[in-house]
Design a protein around this ligand. Structure first.
Ligand code: G
Ligand code: G
Ligand code: MN
Ligand code: NA
Length: 249
């Protein structure tokens, strides 16, 4: 209950912040984008990771307000970087089920892009398979509108959810993010899954990025499987905006 009350106050007290985790093309070593990851700087408990409050934010419906905050903040940051000459390709933002069930999600995103003057093609939204299958018709309609506006859509944690392959083919997405669990298993002579997802992406004309890459062995192995986009602690942990700018701009 305490945490719930604190969560209500967190927005007006300006306690949320975003850390950005870079994504790379391992072939040329260049940064291609960042993923925005929410953090809560609690007055007594310090930095709280999203796993510990996103479920609560979902239950209370606060995720809608928080989600709008992070979208606005991330788009503002991206615009600022561009204006300072840092030509980053994509800003990825995670969307939750509850956010996608809002009737006016499309209008809100459109408004934020207008306000921040960020071109839609620089924004990428990460959706999970479970979000996509939960409310199929509404989700598909919103996804199509977002795509028509020029926003990119990616499937997060790919391979761990319940979407069927047939359904995948009809989704207006441009990228698959291979879940970390498959990268973890890959070197124990079990690259069958990563290989299959990478090939699937190629055949469906989708970009594929590996998440949770922690070692050079994993990165080299992925490259040998023709996966060039990577994100993970081997390259960088999530960092504050200034650190990202200082290191990569
Ligand atoms: O940053 P970290 O690895 O601790 O994130 C843990 C989980 O929280 C991940 O599943 C991530 O997708 C999710 N997450 C992080 N930031 C956001 C956000 O802004 N919105 C939503 N819905 N989920 C987020
Ligand atoms: O579900 P999603 O993919 O959005 O979750 C991203 C989460 O994974 C973030 O909380 C981020 O901090 C975490 N993460 C990113 N790279 C690595 C990694 O290499 N190892 C581990 N253990 N976690 C990672
Ligand atoms: Mn994600
Ligand atoms: Na993921």
């Amino acid at each position: 209950i305490k945490l719930e009350n604190d969560l209500y106050k967190a927005i007006e007290r300006d306690e949320f912040l975003i850390h950005y985790q870079p994504q790379f093309n391992y072939k040329d070593g260049k940064i291609t984008g960042v993923e925005a990851l929410l953090r809560w700087d609690h007055p007594e408990q310090g930095l709280i990771p999203p796993d510990q409050f996103i479920p609560l934010a979902e239950e209370t419906g606060l995720i809608v307000t928080i989600g709008e905050w992070i979208l606005r903040k991330a788009c503002t940051q991206m615009k600022d970087w561009h204006e300072r000459g840092f030509a980053l390709g994509t800003m990825s933002v995670n969307l939750s089920v509850h956010q996608f069930e809002q009737k006016n999600l499309f209008e809100i995103i459109q408004q934020i892009l207008k306000e921040t003057e960020l071109a839609p093609s620089y924004l990428e939204l990460e959706l999970t398979e479970n979000l996509i299958v939960k409310n199929k018709d509404l989700t598909m309609q919103t996804m199509k509108e977002l795509k028509a506006l020029g926003i990119k859509l990616a499937i997060d944690d790919f391979g761990t959810g319940y979407s069927s392959l047939g359904y995948l083919q009809n989704l207006p997405i441009s990228k698959l993010k291979i879940d970390k669990s498959f990268i973890d298993q890959m070197l124990d002579d079990r690259s069958a899954i990563t290989n299959t997802i990478i090939t699937l992406g190629q055949n469906l004309n989708l970009e594929v990025i590996a998440e949770g890459v922690e070692t050079k062995e994993q990165a080299d192995n992925l490259l040998a499987q023709n996966c060039t986009l990577m994100q993970g602690y081997y390259f960088s942990t999530p960092k504050e905006a200034d650190e990202i700018f200082n290191q990569y701009a």
